[in-house]
Ligand binder design. Structure first.
Ligand SMILES: Nc1ncnc2c1ncn2[C@@H]1O[C@H](COP(=O)(O)OP(=O)(O)OP(=O)(O)O)[C@@H](O)[C@H]1O
Ligand SMILES: [Mg+2]
Length: 346
């Protein structure tokens, strides 16, 4: 078992009972929360709240401050500024109560390879003081929630990465948390497994009423969330529903590939167009893309080899708010850690 889980277990007094006195509709409330590591401001005065039963996503590239925020909310890192409550408990003044009411799935895999799925869950049930009489029923339930009932007696070392991840989610649900934190639950998984994972997550919310706070690099999957906070360099740059974020971008995007992008950008800007330059194309934001294509090509004035018009996606939203693209290779940078965790199993 990892040091991380052991830390989470420390000081846990009781597991399954939900004795929160908090009547608020908010599962998480964060006010100007900050974390500084020496000269690095990992999280800069972020404020947001998460409603009970909400699926809330932090979307941002490597180093944006996603894990640091989760660590502060889970009482594993001390804020250097601001405040936060989780399930009504203050993360600094009531850390034990916070830990009792949360489940956490770390960015790195933390299952014990040499134990079976069921043994991993039993160990966790002890750590989290799930009442003995409830353990069997609870294990059955969480295994069913992630569709792993038939693998309960198999060693984790025989699990695929996706199965291991789903078992970690089940483990995070074992003590019936009010809020489940998932740090990059789908990193390094193939698209099909990622979509299975999302089915699990939405089922947990539906059947257990748990609030879910997750982080991701992936634009497409952030759209499953009720609301998304886009975090970049320690700050929240936008926070809203996926639809509203797209509406805020408020325009079609026209991607142009030209023989001289630098010149094309200058000409488009001079003509009053809102334009961003990505690595391999120009992106122009306009009210009605199709109607303006001919005009854009005329303004650019250099040969255009490719034109693509599309309605806003979350990629465009990220570009709009940060001036940069969030790319899949950000996720790949984060993979070695995950791959190391998987390699340890062999
Ligand atoms: N323990 C630490 N000591 C020093 N700096 C840290 C520590 N933990 C995080 N940082 C720094 O804080 C910043 C935010 O890191 P964090 O891990 O929160 O990012 P992230 O959004 O989770 O990134 P990733 O997508 O790679 O997981 C980074 O610049 C990182 O180097
Ligand atoms: Mg992280």
């Amino acid at each position: 078992m990892s040091a991380g889980v052991a830390t989470m277990g420390t000081g846990v007094v009781t597991g399954a009972t939900r004795e929160s006195t908090d009547q608020s509709d908010l599962a998480v409330e964060v006010s100007r929360l900050s974390k500084r590591y020496g000269a690095v401001e990992a999280v800069k005065e972020v404020s947001f709240s998460v409603a009970r039963g909400e699926v809330f996503a932090f979307l941002g590239p490597n180093g944006a401050g996603k894990t640091t925020t989760i660590k502060m909310l889970c009482t594993l890192a001390r804020p250097t500024g601001g405040s936060a409550t989780v399930d009504g408990f203050d993360v600094q003044r009531q850390p034990k109560a916070v830990r009792r009411h949360i489940g956490l799935v770390f960015q790195e895999q933390t299952l014990d390879d040499q134990l079976t799925a069921e043994e991993n869950l039993r160990f966790h049930a002890v750590l989290y003081h799930v009442p003995r009489a409830e353990v069997d029923e609870r294990i059955d339930r969480v295994l069913r929630l992630v569709a792993l009932e038939d693998r309960r007696r198999d060693l984790i070392s025989t699990f695929s990465g996706g199965m291991a991840r789903r078992l970690e989610i089940a483990r995070g649900m074992l003590h019936t948390p009010a809020v489940l934190f998932l740090d990059e639950p789908t990193i390094g998984l193939d698209p099909q497994t990622r979509s299975l994972m999302w089915e699990d997550v939405l089922r947990l919310r539906r059947e257990e009423g748990v609030t879910i706070f997750l982080t991701t690099h992936y634009m497409d999957e952030a759209e499953y969330a009720d609301r998304i906070a886009i975090i970049d360099q320690g700050s929240i740059v936008a926070l809203d529903t996926p639809d509203e974020l797209k509406r805020l971008v408020g325009a079609d995007t026209v991607e142009l590939t030209t023989t001289d992008d630098a010149l094309a950008v200058t000409r488009l800007s001079d003509a009053g167009f809102r334009v961003n330059r990505s690595e391999d194309a120009l992106v122009v934001f306009v009210e009605d893309g199709e109607a303006l294509v001919a005009r854009l090509i005329e303004v650019v004035g250099v040969p255009v080899s490719n034109v693509h018009v599309h309605r806003p996606t979350l990629d465009d939203v990220f570009l709009h708010f940060t001036g940069r693209q969030i790319r899949e290779d950000h996720a790949e940078h984060a993979m070695p850690m995950r791959m190391r965790a998987m390699a340890r199993r062999h």
